[in-house]
Design a protein around this ligand. Structure first.
Ligand code: SF4
Ligand code: SF4
Length: 164
């Protein structure tokens, strides 16, 4: 597997994200909600940087890969709302009963709290069912927090809301 196989494949694997240094260390993941920016390309975008309320995202040049100072990150989800590439997520692996994933959603119908939704992995494969815990919206992007089975927090990167 080369470092850039994801370009040909069309999705990135967690091992590739780890190699790029984009996954927080285990102890930080277990501490509470934290942002993961799955943004490995050197593209001219830095919107997440000025919007982060704690200045946790660093980037020297606009084409750099954004780096999160995970100790400054509060898991607020603002980067999830503003990222035009839908590449920002917040995961919370700190709870014993379940994991929680906050992700962007731009389809209709919009999810609502209490919905049961299909969970998708990075390949867009269905891997289970989760429960919507919180939804807020910014500029037509829904920021959705989903309760997922324990152990799924690093796998779930999309949801699908069945038409009601
Ligand atoms: S979750 Fe909030 S604090 Fe953390 S990097 Fe994103 S915007 Fe910044
Ligand atoms: S806003 Fe999204 S696409 Fe742009 S640099 Fe940040 S994570 Fe990458």
């Amino acid at each position: 597997m080369s470092d850039t196989d994801y370009r040909r494949r069309g999705y990135i694997e967690i091992e590739e994200l780890k190699k790029l240094g984009l996954i927080p260390p285990k102890d930080r993941l277990e501490k509470g909600p934290v942002a993961i920016l799955e943004c490995p390309e050197q593209i001219p975008c830095n919107i997440c940087v000025p919007f982060c309320p704690t200045k946790a995202i660093q980037m020297e040049r606009i084409i750099d890969i954004p780096r999160v100072d995970w100790n400054k990150c509060t898991g607020c989800g603002v980067c999830v709302a503003v990222c035009p590439g839908l590449a920002a997520f917040v995961v919370d692996l700190s709870k014993p009963e379940a994991d929680y994933v906050t992700l962007p959603y731009e389809f209709l119908p919009a999810p609502v709290k209490g919905d049961s939704v299909v969970l998708l992995n990075r390949r867009s494969e269905r891997i289970g069912v989760g429960e919507v815990i919180r939804v807020w919206e910014r500029n037509k992007t829904y920021v959705v927090t989903v309760k997922v089975p324990k152990g799924f927090g690093m796998e779930v990167r999309g949801i699908w809301v069945e038409r009601r």
